[in-house]
Design a protein around this ligand. Sequence first.
Ligand SMILES: [Zn+2]
Ligand SMILES: [Zn+2]
Ligand SMILES: [Zn+2]
Length: 257
Amino acid sequence: MNATLTVLGSGTSMGVPTIGCQCAVCRSFDPRDRRTRPSVLIQYGGRNVLIDTTPDFREQAIRENIRSLDAVLYTHAHADHILGIDDLRPLSFRHKPGKLPLYARADVVAFIRNMFRYIFDAEYKFGGLPQVELHEINGPLALFGASFEPVTVIHGETEIYGYRFGSAAYLTDHSVVPEAAFEQLRDLDILFLDALRHKPHPTHSTVENSLRIVERVKPRRAFFTHICHDLPHEETNASLPANVRLSYDGMKLEFEI
Ligand SMILES: [Zn+2]
Ligand SMILES: [Zn+2]
Ligand SMILES: [Zn+2]
């Protein structure tokens, strides 16, 4: 089945421009240097599946004219990946039948349930609440004729999920891609990887490290995300191999799911 992946956000947790920063990338007029927090939308067969709800979700949904959502998958419970959950309200109200399903690892389900207690606590009666329900996943998830397979990666000290769906895989926030994950990344058309910057970071991958992953996985096309203000779009792209590109907000890719 034909599918479209839209990059809703390609930036690191603080976004680019970063508040208060006067560096060249933060002051750049290139729209591809403006990076909201990391998220992608997968569309196929009339369905919309979102990965993560960033603090920029409202702006991203309006920019991309998202009019419905059928499911949300979470990678992990860091603020830059979950804080937009309340902005699911208008789309969750339209979800039929029942509540909008959110899927995540057990630890992420527990964290979200605790952090956003007002959403899931039946006693809370004030204001409109997102009509969502949390589901734990620990293996492949069948959604509307496609399969979303969790790919466990290491993010600093913790394990988090990336996802493989059809011929594409989306791995954000990884310092290490463990051996088992490589088995799940065979024969890819599209591979998304974390590439924060050049300088090493305890919980994120670098451009150089992610290029080594690309060399090993050999996807047809690779795209970097979770990018900070150290990497100017145009200049960094010029330094990358032909099949590797920095992603940017609003980028759309066709693939088979
Ligand atoms: Zn992140
Ligand atoms: Zn900056
Ligand atoms: Zn993270």
